[in-house]
Ligand binder design. Sequence first.
Ligand SMILES: [Zn+2]
Length: 96
Amino acid sequence: MTTAVCFQCGHLKFGSFMPCTQCLAKPQTDNELIVSLAMSDHYFDQATLEAMGEYTKENGHPPQLDPESEKTFRRNFEEVKASGVLDQMLRERDDN
Ligand SMILES: [Zn+2]
């Protein structure tokens, strides 16, 4: 399972798109989904994720990605979205 940082409270959770076990937030908007996708162990090591979680907790919002990474994440996200996989994942998530 993927370790990911909750975009709302900074808690480390399992699965980028899964509801947070701490604050129950689940990413809905494109921006929330992109930041959730980015803040996962696909891209960052555990120590970095914990630091991102701390930042999110203290500031009430996730750290800003640098523009170059943000562009890459957004492109990856658009591809996943266009493939229909995203819709299916969100549907399955919300059915549970
Ligand atoms: Zn949370």
